[in-house]
Design a protein around this ligand. Structure first.
Ligand SMILES: [Zn+2]
Length: 162
């Protein structure tokens, strides 16, 4: 996709390309040291990423985080995925932000915690639990094909002929 800003890297400075991911810095970072992990494959939302690959991305995000601790003496990191437009995603290409943090660095990701009444709480709890139970079930694996018993049987018979 040529009109994708993350595929073209037009607003980013490439740091390193490694395996399936390009590591880059935005020209306009949230804070100096802000690293973007961009899968080389154009994928819009994280649901489209196979489990194994997504797991690997999280492991790699942790390595970026460690690099920021050591190279910039970050005191903490935020690892952020904006999954969907309403979550702040701007381009239809998955990316992981790793942002180095220091006390009083001026960035603010805090929100005001909301108080729900008991009914609201239990309705939501029920909905999420039901669906999450389904999501967490291991995917069914295709059963192995049955062996051809008849052929085997015939062969055994043949071997017995003196
Ligand atoms: Zn793209």
């Amino acid at each position: 996709m040529t009109d994708c800003k993350l595929c073209s890297l037009e607003e980013y400075l490439k740091l390193i390309e490694h395996e399936e991911i390009t590591y880059a810095q935005p020209h306009k970072p949230a804070i100096p040291g802000h690293v973007l992990m961009i899968p080389k494959q154009h994928v819009a939302i994280i649901e489209q990423i196979p489990d194994e690959e997504f797991g690997k991305m999280m492991v790699q995000a942790n390595k970026v985080s460690m690099a920021l601790f050591e190279s910039l003496q970050a005191q903490g990191t935020n690892i952020i995925i904006q999954n969907g437009i309403s979550a702040g995603q701007k381009d239809p290409h998955v990316c992981v932000h790793v942002i180095p943090r220091r006390e009083e660095d001026g960035l603010n990701f805090l929100w005001v915690p909301k108080t729900l009444n008991e009914e609201e709480m239990s309705t939501i709890e029920l909905r999420i639990k039901e669906n999450l139970t389904v999501q967490l079930k291991p995917k069914e694996v295709e059963p192995p094909k049955p062996e051809k018993v008849t052929d085997d049987y015939l062969l055994k018979q043949l071997h017995r002929i003196p």
